[in-house]
Design a protein. Structure first.
Length: 314
């Protein structure tokens, strides 16, 4: 088997996925790439600087490292893309199309590409949003994810590219910080609590959003990529769900550990983005077709975050 390439490996998801894939397949088998300097946890294995908007540069890494599988994670998240719409579109679309075309041209084995709950717009049912409801996203990020899903399906249908995808909810982990997302508050809140500082939230207290603990997100990703090709019936992207909570609810869960914790609300432009997304997701196709099951609920996640952030940041 050839090696695995990860783009956007220094990001919140990328850094955890790099570690996990290296622990499964061996350090030398997983080539991490990014445009930023790698943290130590990534630079202790193969690393290349790579701008995914340059197709030739991606092709060179694929050839030089005998790559057969790509986890293409490099992207601008929702809040950042809203502030730089041209870059949001260019990075998110060009990067994906380059990877899909290279998968076709070089007969790569498998591609993973993350979609998001951002594909849904305000007209989708807000509770238990199903797999096949209308997608009318109102953010640049959401539009890029919706178009990307259709490209994945197109390359699978027409060129046999084995591309697999998940619509991630907001991801919460203690090993690295997210950057530029609307769901980032749910990570930052733990850091403030541990510093005994009050937290000012950029969403309203009742802005419910679908969320997931990073351990679950990594398990889902590996499970999807290891599933038999015949079990993968959806080639756009699978709904994926674990928990759903409001800022007020996560603050209450933190207060169980830190009774003095204080939260206040100062909604900004990100509230409009959150308002356009579902409150919760129905992911039954993922559960039925390849056995997905989450492990962490809100309280278990908060307890784990509060226990592990100090260990990860000594
Ligand atoms: C974001 O907030 O932009 C991301 C996402 C939900 O895709 N975390």
């Amino acid at each position: 088997m050839g090696k695995i390439l990860i783009t956007g490996a220094c990001g919140q998801l990328g850094s955890e996925l790099t570690e996990k894939l290296r622990s499964i397949y061996g350090k030398e088998e997983v080539v991490a790439t990014d445009i930023q300097d790698p943290p130590e946890s990534i630079s202790d294995g193969p690393f290349e600087y790579l701008d995914v908007m340059k197709k030739d540069a991606i092709a060179k890494v694929i050839d030089e490292h005998d790559i057969k599988e790509v986890y293409h994670l490099a992207a601008l998240l929702s809040a950042k893309a809203e502030q730089n719409i041209e870059l949001g579109w260019k990075l998110n679309m060009d990067g994906l199309l380059h990877v899909l075309n290279l998968a076709k041209e070089k007969s790569l084995d498998k591609i993973f590409w993350p979609s998001s709950i951002a594909v849904f717009g305000p007209d989708a049912p807000s509770k238990d949003t199903g797999q096949n409801v209308a997608l009318n996203p109102t953010t640049v990020y959401g539009i890029s994810k919706m178009a990307g899903e259709q490209w994945c399906s197109y390359f699978h249908e027409n060129f046999g590219v084995d591309v697999r995808s998940l619509r991630y909810p907001g991801l919460i982990g203690y090993k690295s910080l997210p950057g530029g997302g609307t769901t980032d508050y749910a990570v930052d809140i733990h850091y403030k609590a541990l510093k005994n500082e009050p937290f000012s939230c950029f969403l309203d207290k009742d802005n419910a959003l679908p969320m997931m603990y990073m351990e679950d997100a990594i398990d889902a990703t590996i499970q999807l990529m290891q599933a038999d090709e015949s079990d993968i019936e959806i080639r756009t992207s699978y709904n994926l769900s674990a928990i759903s909570f409001t800022p007020e609810e996560i603050a209450e869960a933190i207060k169980k550990h830190m009774p003095g914790f204080e939260i206040s609300y100062d909604p900004d432009y990100r509230k409009k983005i959150a308002d356009s997304w579902p409150d919760s997701i129905d992911d039954s196709p993922a559960r039925e077709q390849w056995g997905w099951n989450h492990e962490y609920d809100l309280n278990k996640m908060v307890g784990d975050m509060l226990a592990n952030i100090p260990k990860a940041n000594p």
